[in-house]
Design a binder for this molecule. Sequence first.
Ligand SMILES: *[C@@H]1O[C@H](CO)[C@@H](O)[C@H](O)[C@H]1NC(C)=O
Ligand SMILES: *[C@@H]1O[C@H](CO)[C@@H](O)[C@H](O)[C@H]1NC(C)=O
Ligand SMILES: *[C@@H]1O[C@H](CO)[C@@H](O)[C@H](O)[C@H]1NC(C)=O
Ligand SMILES: *[C@@H]1O[C@H](CO)[C@@H](O)[C@H](O)[C@H]1NC(C)=O
Ligand SMILES: *[C@@H]1O[C@H](CO)[C@@H](O)[C@H](O)[C@H]1NC(C)=O
Ligand SMILES: *[C@@H]1O[C@H](CO)[C@@H](O)[C@H](O)[C@H]1NC(C)=O
Ligand SMILES: *[C@@H]1O[C@H](CO)[C@@H](O)[C@H](O)[C@H]1NC(C)=O
Ligand SMILES: [Cu+2]
Length: 390
Amino acid sequence: MRLNVLALIWVAASLAAPAPVASLSDESNSTSTSSGITLDELQSQANANILASLDKRHEDLTSRGQPSPCNRNTVAIRKEYGKLTSVEKINYINAVKCLQQKSPRTPLLAAPGVRTRYDDFVATHINQTLQIHYTGNFLSWHRYYVWIYEKALREECGYTGYQPYWEWSKYVAAPQDNPMLDGSSTSLSGNGVFVPNRSDVILTSPGVASLYLKPGLGGGCIYNGPFANYTVNLGPISSGTTGVDGGLGYNPRCLSRDINPYTAARFLTWSDVLSIMSQTDIYNFQMNLQGIPGIGIGAHGGGHYTVGNANDPSFFVHHGQVDRVWTIWQWLDPVNRTYALAQTNTYLNSPPSANTTLNDTVQLGFAGGATKEIGELMSVVEGDFCYIYV
Ligand SMILES: *[C@@H]1O[C@H](CO)[C@@H](O)[C@H](O)[C@H]1NC(C)=O
Ligand SMILES: *[C@@H]1O[C@H](CO)[C@@H](O)[C@H](O)[C@H]1NC(C)=O
Ligand SMILES: *[C@@H]1O[C@H](CO)[C@@H](O)[C@H](O)[C@H]1NC(C)=O
Ligand SMILES: *[C@@H]1O[C@H](CO)[C@@H](O)[C@H](O)[C@H]1NC(C)=O
Ligand SMILES: *[C@@H]1O[C@H](CO)[C@@H](O)[C@H](O)[C@H]1NC(C)=O
Ligand SMILES: *[C@@H]1O[C@H](CO)[C@@H](O)[C@H](O)[C@H]1NC(C)=O
Ligand SMILES: *[C@@H]1O[C@H](CO)[C@@H](O)[C@H](O)[C@H]1NC(C)=O
Ligand SMILES: [Cu+2]
């Protein structure tokens, strides 16, 4: 499915172009260390800061005789999908399939198309789309969403691991060879069947140049791997083809996928990630991640157009990486960045709304979780959260 809705209401925006800081130089991928800094190195710095903060808190709490449940020995570790063992991958896949077989919590009156527990998550994302993208809560909402999904996998489906992430740049040359997408029994299935002669996806919006995205290597239904012949029930929400009831109606069809090396090469290289990481304020950080209208769709949009949307099980692995990039960026300068917010509560501030604050709330509907203030979701080791990325 296409997230053309992101383009529908793009508005002309005068935004700073990506400006990498001088100390960070380009790399073709995150595993190479021949020159310049890599994402792994930035992650090491960030993790050193997180662990130092955990240690300090642990010392403070234990010296006062108080419990210290989140410390360096208990912190959950989220890993890159390709680095999970085969058994870990299969456990993750089986837990996702379990959610896809369990009964939903969403009443049919609220979303007539929901059929499974997994659909509760898809419905929540569709329902709130225009309040959680290009907004001040984009990062915190999706952090909470991925965490509640991980919690459901663990508590409702017996998964004992944590949410994996997709290291975009590592597989940018051939996203179809990513162990997450290679079609093997330890992947989240591979490509959809190739549909020839498709035209470019055109993202248009008033006042800015249209973007043309070449079609990828698939486009049709997925017949391989663990999610072969999986039926999606909700959506789509793309322009012109919005499903019944605004995407919340029952619209059963195959899970399709169009793995797209052209989109990956354009938006998911280490150089792209570096431009995002090099932003020094939260406004430019999150705009570069989401994509500046008329210039690009960012790594967030790039990942979705390289693989898929919330009906696709890879969605949560992609958003694991979005959260990882934010986490690393925050912890490279925790004092200035942990609680930094920008933007408003409406999509590109249309219609105009108040600036997002730490006291604004987010909720995940029938997916689960309590209503939270954004301030409770800003640190991966505060409140309900206690995890790091390695
Ligand atoms: C959609 O959001 C509205 C407003 O928050 C809420 O009342 C409704 O229950 C939501 N529906 C679903 C399916 O989450
Ligand atoms: C990373 O880049 C190096 C050198 O540019 C290349 O040899 C290697 O194959 C790349 N690795 C991946 C996983 O793309
Ligand atoms: C694809 O387009 C080419 C050129 O227009 C045409 O010759 C060919 O038959 C088309 N293939 C299919 C499968 O439609
Ligand atoms: C998927 O559906 C196709 C076509 O209906 C069928 O040939 C194939 O055996 C199915 N595969 C699985 C794994 O169910
Ligand atoms: C935090 O921001 C202040 C004000 O812009 C700046 O002086 C300081 O260097 C920043 N802290 C770090 C660790 O970069
Ligand atoms: C909202 O945030 C912008 C950018 O930080 C700022 O210029 C503006 O004054 C804020 N508006 C209000 C009403 O606080
Ligand atoms: C507003 O948010 C701040 C930061 O998260 C928090 O410390 C404070 O308690 C909140 N205030 C209210 C009235 O909830
Ligand atoms: Cu989203």
